[in-house]
Design a protein around this ligand. Sequence first.
Ligand SMILES: Cc1ncc(C[n+]2csc(CCOP(=O)(O)OP(=O)(O)O)c2C)c(N)n1
Length: 368
Amino acid sequence: MSGVLPAESFVKELRAYGTRRVTGVPCGHLAGPWTLFDRAGDLTPAASEGAALALAAGWELAGEQAAVLCQNSGFGNLVNPLTSLVLPYRVSVLVVMTLRGWPDPGEDEAQHAVMGSATLSMLAGFGIPHTVLRPDGLGEALDDAARARAKNDPFFLLVPRKSIGKAAEKEPVRESGLTRAAAVAALFEQLTDELLVTTTGYLSRQAHHERDRPETFYMQGSMGHAAAIGLGLATARPGRRVVVLDGDGAFLMHLGTGSTVAASGAAQLVHVVVDNGCYESTGCQRSTSAGLDWDSLGGGLGYRTVLTCDDESTLTVKVRAALSAPGPVLCVLKAAPTPDEVHPRASAAMGLDAVAERFRGAAAGQAS
Ligand SMILES: Cc1ncc(C[n+]2csc(CCOP(=O)(O)OP(=O)(O)O)c2C)c(N)n1
């Protein structure tokens, strides 16, 4: 036995257990089951893990058995509705959560180390039944889940990395339009000594690949919080231009921060969102940005300037305009996913604490 469960059998067993509807935020290590549930029309992508748990609770309250798929980096997002909704109201939801940073934090990316070491003890602290998936299948775990369900308890099925296979076919990839590489290159062409905060996933890697610079804060974890960091910088250093490089999934995860940024009136803050319609970094699962009217959203939130671009011919002009317009600026670059073009993380070259230390020095300097 290879120790890798085929995605098809994983989904079959979950369905046999009674799972009707699935929601969550994707993790690359659950990409196979995610794709299969989505293709079957049973999956609703949620903006955050907390929203996913509440959505699943809604299904359960309506009598439909539900599961949440997520990664333990999103466990923090999930804790509030877990402790103040699902547990006290006794709504049984199955949470299938991958264990990044576990069992050996040193074998995974640095941003997963703290949560990897804490996940099991946090669940124990909340008194939540949980089982780590075994390579021989879900049998034992789902027996445990059924016992929890009988008592109206939630249940966590914990999935170690690399334990479930991919779905048989790859989703077709949109081919036309801007690319992540072109969008990031166009941004870097305009940068001098601006402070830059780059979001979780491939965009941070792309920025590091394009040009490593002390003025860049590579935010490898804390998905959705790049703009809040940028706002902290912009308000603490009003003489300095601050640029945030975000993804559509991350922007939507904490959409409220857009309102905070806009309301701050931070004139030198530029929020660039690369909207590729998906969570490219975890396998191109669709996000919910497809029907989004960014002009209305940005204007409605109160960004002072909103610019959108979906073609290479106007890219440079738009990015240049974004960097000189009165802020807060929202600049949305619509890009096609290019999942085969991936670069190493900044943390392959330096520790996360070194990223912060170097950035502190750059932020303390005077703008030229
Ligand atoms: C709270 C949290 N949930 C899930 C993840 C796993 N994750 C890492 S990158 C990523 C996708 C980010 O999507 P988007 O912001 O659209 O950027 P893209 O990957 O498309 O460049 C996800 C879901 C995470 N790191 N943190």
